[in-house]
Design a protein around this ligand. Structure first.
Ligand code: 5RP
Length: 222
């Protein structure tokens, strides 16, 4: 993956933002390229953010970040993805922010997805699926997840301690040996387990998809 591809996708997304809009900020390195380009555009917008890191970057650049609970609706959310397939099904949560990102995306008139070309896959589920799990009862919840036939591990911090999401929960990274045939069914099965907050699957949420390439080209998929 190349930073040029991420910058290209992030900068292109700014063309769809207009002054006066309420803009949802995703998380991750590609979303940060968008936030940087948004700062440089000088557009007068209000933002709602999916993570502490995105909030801090936006605020440092002079963007007004408002509380999600103070806005009824978001015009456009711009966010990255870990995987996206031709049906625009995605896996997100590499940065552990997928629960908030999904709330922003589902509250937006449009979610614009920005990815570098390495994120394009034939079918979602090539590596791992982040699943946010409540700490309370987490060993039992994990057992029920693994009874579906998958293995995985709790996400850790670099020092080996358990990573706690900004929502105060654990992230279980479920591993795939091959992409699931029916990711929608797997998502349903997972969210029906008590203690599972949400999965990193995003279905029927992506609007325009901006793909960035290392040579600075972009392609928009609708
Ligand atoms: C964070 C996310 C990110 O959008 C996803 O992990 C992509 O990150 P990057 O742009 O750094 O590759 O879902 O929870």
């Amino acid at each position: 993956m190349s930073i040029e591809a991420k910058i290209a996708a992030g900068s292109k997304a700014v063309e769809f933002i207009k002054s006066g809009m309420i803009v949802g900020l995703g998380s991750g390195s590609t979303a940060e390229c968008f936030i940087q380009a948004l700062i440089e555009s000088g557009l007068n917008i209000q933002a709602v953010s999916s993570s502490r890191t995105s909030t801090e970057l936006a605020k440092r650049g002079g963007i007004e970040v408002v509380d999600i609970n103070s806005v009824p609706r978001i015009d456009i959310t711009v966010d990255g993805a870990d995987e996206i397939d031709p049906l625009k099904r995605m896996i997100k949560g590499g940065g552990g922010a997928h629960v908030r990102e999904k709330i922003l995306a589902s509250s937006s008139d449009e979610m614009i997805v920005i990815v570098d070309n390495t994120k394009l896959v034939p079918s979602v589920g090539t590596k791992k699926l982040p699943v946010e799990v409540m700490f309370y009862g987490s060993p039992a919840t994990r057992m029920k997840i693994e009874e579906l036939g998958y293995q995985g591990k709790w996400r850790q911090n670099p020092d080996g301690t358990l990573l706690i999401s900004e929502n105060g929960n654990l992230i279980y990274d479920m591993h795939f040996t091959s992409p699931p045939k029916a990711p929608e069914h797997l998502h349903e099965a997972l969210i029906n387990i008590p203690g599972v907050i949400d999965t990193g699957f995003f279905f029927n949420m992506a609007g325009r998809v901006i793909v960035g390439y290392p040579d600075g080209r972009t392609e928009i998929r609708r």
